[in-house]
Write a protein that binds this ligand. Structure first.
Ligand code: FES
Length: 253
């Protein structure tokens, strides 16, 4: 189903998963603007973002096997080659060259800032619009699934988040301020950490799965040292879980 929202944002880049979650010989199932995706990495390290649907009989490719060079469909074992998605082997007819029409529907994807970015249609900017200094000084935070539309989350971040962060009842260890919109579904803010009294820049990217479900991805512009990384990630995770709970509770009120 393609909604008006889905249609208008199909030429935009969205982060769909952290790069580290797309491991070798794995197939990550995701969704973007109601489009199901199978995201996988070949043995040369190249990432693919494909429609999660076998062109033969429609089986989900995410339940297939990543052979390192191709995806092998779970149903009849057809293989689809990395990058182009062209069928390279039909086991029932091993000597036959598969027709060009047996090709998976593929989408553009690139890796940047620790994420795999996908756009469903060409036509917008060539690359994600963030202008951050250096990938090595970034830390990607845990992503949070939220039962709310990306528009609703963005509007809440822009209008209510700062005052919510000041509410003593939430007793947050990290609070957000100076929140401003970078582009359609991306906001930037200062994250103040009560533990060390320091502020750092945080970029929050909203990834619309469907019209009513969104993943909140975020990153900070520092390379959090290994010794304190786990505890810091937990703090940010608590912040975003609280934000998620407030938005979802507001939504049903
Ligand atoms: S449905 Fe995928 S190979 Fe037949």
């Amino acid at each position: 189903m393609t909604t008006t929202l889905g249609r208008s944002f199909r030429p935009e880049w969205f982060p769909v998963v952290r790069s580290e979650e797309v491991g070798p010989r794995h197939i990550h199932r995701s969704q973007l603007l109601n489009q199901e995706l199978a995201i996988w990495r070949d043995d040369d390290g190249r990432v693919n973002a494909w429609e999660n649907r076998c062109p033969h009989r429609g089986t989900r490719l995410s339940v297939g096997v990543n052979t390192g060079k191709a995806i092998k469909c779970q149903y009849h074992g057809w293989r689809f080659a990395s990058q182009g998605g062209q069928c390279s082997l039909i086991p029932a007819h091993p000597d036959m060259k598969p027709s060009a029409r047996y090709c998976v529907n593929t989408f553009e994807c690139i890796e940047k800032y620790g994420y795999v970015w996908v756009r469903l249609e060409k036509g917008g900017d060539k690359e994600p619009l963030l202008t951050l200094s250096d990938d090595s000084s970034l830390t990607t935070l845990r992503s949070i699934y939220t039962m709310a539309s990306a528009t609703r989350i963005r509007d809440w971040l822009m209008s209510d988040c700062e005052s919510a962060c000041k509410a003593e009842s939430l007793s947050l260890e990290i609070s957000l301020s100076q929140i401003h919109q970078r582009h359609s579904f991306c906001v930037e803010a200062l994250a103040f950490n009560n533990q060390d009294n320091e502020s750092i820049t945080i970029v929050i990217y909203l990834h619309p799965l469907t019209d009513e479900e969104t993943v909140i991805h975020s990153l900070v512009n520092v390379d959090i040292p290994h010794e304190i990384r786990l505890e810091e990630l937990r703090r940010y995770n608590r912040l975003f879980r609280t934000i998620r709970n407030v938005i979802e509770t507001d939504h049903v009120r």
